[in-house]
Ligand binder design. Structure first.
Ligand code: GDP
Ligand code: MG
Length: 421
């Protein structure tokens, strides 16, 4: 990474690299005048943003102050109504108001460029608040994030309804985010949305929200991750993320939760075909669903099969061995036991520090998947690339040139005109 001798040059270069929003965002962070965001701004400069360490030479307090003053001069970006909106959302959200949480999630889901910027400002404030809460809590996360995946019809929503009711009954605040990668492409929904969670959706201590995605994996990553952060800030101590086991979305979800649960119906081979081996490896707990009536016998069989299958897999964690359990949402059998397992998982992972470590690693994964998504779309939309692409693609298809050569040519077109812009 380049080292810049003066902050002004650094900012100039950053502007080029990060685009308008990057700069807007930095300015905002640097000049927020509340004490809370003051720590945030220190955090951004001091530790959590390694690129600044190398961009800003010496990295002294004086440099920091100079940067921050220079930046705050520009900070007239938020209009008064925008500031008012953000304050209202933030106060409402940390005060636990459902309407504010819902509105905030809508803001992070937006495609509108300006609103996207506002959403990032709000998220930074909520993250700073959560960090403060966490440090008061002895460094422990305020919420337990659980991902639930499995084939369509496995019984995920029914399971969440029953577990969710039990948990609100125990005094927990439960939020449910349903990630449905099919909702944009097909217009249809594999989830059946809230329909199976009728009771839970009427519960004042529960918050249920389908999490529409922009149809790409990056969409799942961004909106769901951000919605999780918002739910946590709003005081929900359990965040459940339901996702259908199609495409790559379940892997994305596995990368954003503390515990990943795979639900499997007691069905024949064909229905289980769709379950990817890779996702079984990610499961901290496997639940064989619908263990009631005629299905008890097949449920037992599936449980035995998966128990032996899991034994062959590499262990993911020092402090936890994945388990296979049976449950019925219809009869309620096995449900309290499953929650007990989830709690012991959480306690073991917290005690060993693995849970905190996983979260830290996830932040990095999250950042990189957004970068990948963005860089690729930047590349694809670049005028030189767009111009050369159809022709080169055709030549590659025909075998006239090698894919490697075509890729090199496109990358060259991209980087040479980016550098001169
Ligand atoms: N017998 C039985 N049926 C269940 C159970 N849980 C869910 N179902 C049924 O399985 C179907 C799919 O359930 P749903 O919760 O929507 O599955 P999802 O697609 O994984 O969310 C529905 O017809 C449910 O009534 C259960 O514990 N026992
Ligand atoms: Mg469902």
């Amino acid at each position: 990474m380049t080292l810049y001798a003066c902050p002004k040059t650094a900012m100039h270069h950053m502007h080029h690299r990060m685009g308008r929003f990057g700069l807007f965002f930095l300015r905002h962070i640097f000049s927020f005048r509340s004490t809370r965001t003051c720590c945030l701004h220190q955090g951004v400069l001091a530790g959590s943003h390694p690129c600044y360490r190398s961009i800003i030479p010496g990295h002294s307090c004086q440099h920091r102050r100079a940067e921050s003053t220079a930046l705050s001069q520009h900070m007239q970006d938020l209009t008064v109504p925008e500031q008012r909106l953000l304050n209202k959302l933030y106060q409402g959200l940390i005060g636990g108001q459902r309407a504010s949480l819902a509105e905030s999630i809508t803001l992070v889901e937006t495609q509108h460029p300006r609103k996207k910027e506002l959403a990032q400002v709000l998220l930074q404030r909520v993250l700073a608040y959560s960090r403060e809460q966490e440090s008061r809590n002895g460094g422990k996360p305020m919420a337990f994030r659980v991902g639930l995946s499995g084939p369509p019809g496995a019984g995920k929503s029914s399971f969440i309804e029953v577990v969710g009711k039990m948990l609100t009954g125990l005094g927990h605040k439960v939020s449910v985010l349903a990630v449905d990668p099919s909702s944009c492409t097909s217009g249809g929904s594999l989830m059946g949305d809230k329909t199976r969670m009728t009771e839970l959706s009427r519960d004042m201590n529960a918050f249920i929200r389908p999490s529409p995605t922009s149809g790409t994996l990056g969409g799942v990553t961004r909106t769901t991750n951000e919605a999780i952060v918002l739910c946590e800030g709003a005081g929900y101590d359990l965040v459940l993320v339901e996702t259908v086991g199609v495409g790559q979305s379940e892997f994305a979800v596995a990368d954003m939760v503390d515990m990943f649960v795979l639900l499997i119906p007691p069905a024949g081979g064909d229905e289980l075909q769709g379950i990817k081996r890779g996702i079984i490896e990610r499961a901290d707990l496997v639940v064989v669903t619908k263990a009631d009536g005629d299905l008890v016998v097949p449920a037992r069989r599936i449980q035995t099969e998966y128990t032996s299958a899991l034994k062959l897999l590499r262990r993911q964690s020092k402090s936890w061995n994945p388990k296979v359990v049976r449950a019925s949402s219809l009869s309620g059998e096995g449900i309290p036991e499953i929650w007990a397992k989830m709690e012991s998982y959480r306690d073991a992972m917290l005690a060993s520090g693995e849970l905190q470590g996983r979260r830290m690693a996830q932040q990095r994964i999250w950042m990189w998947s957004l970068i990948q998504e963005n860089v690729l779309s930047h590349f694809q939309n670049h005028p030189s690339v767009r111009e050369a692409l159809p022709h080169l693609e055709q030549r590659v298809t025909k075998g006239a040139i090698s894919p490697g050569l075509a890729a090199d040519m496109l990358l060259k077109a991209f980087s040479s005109s980016s550098a001169s812009s």
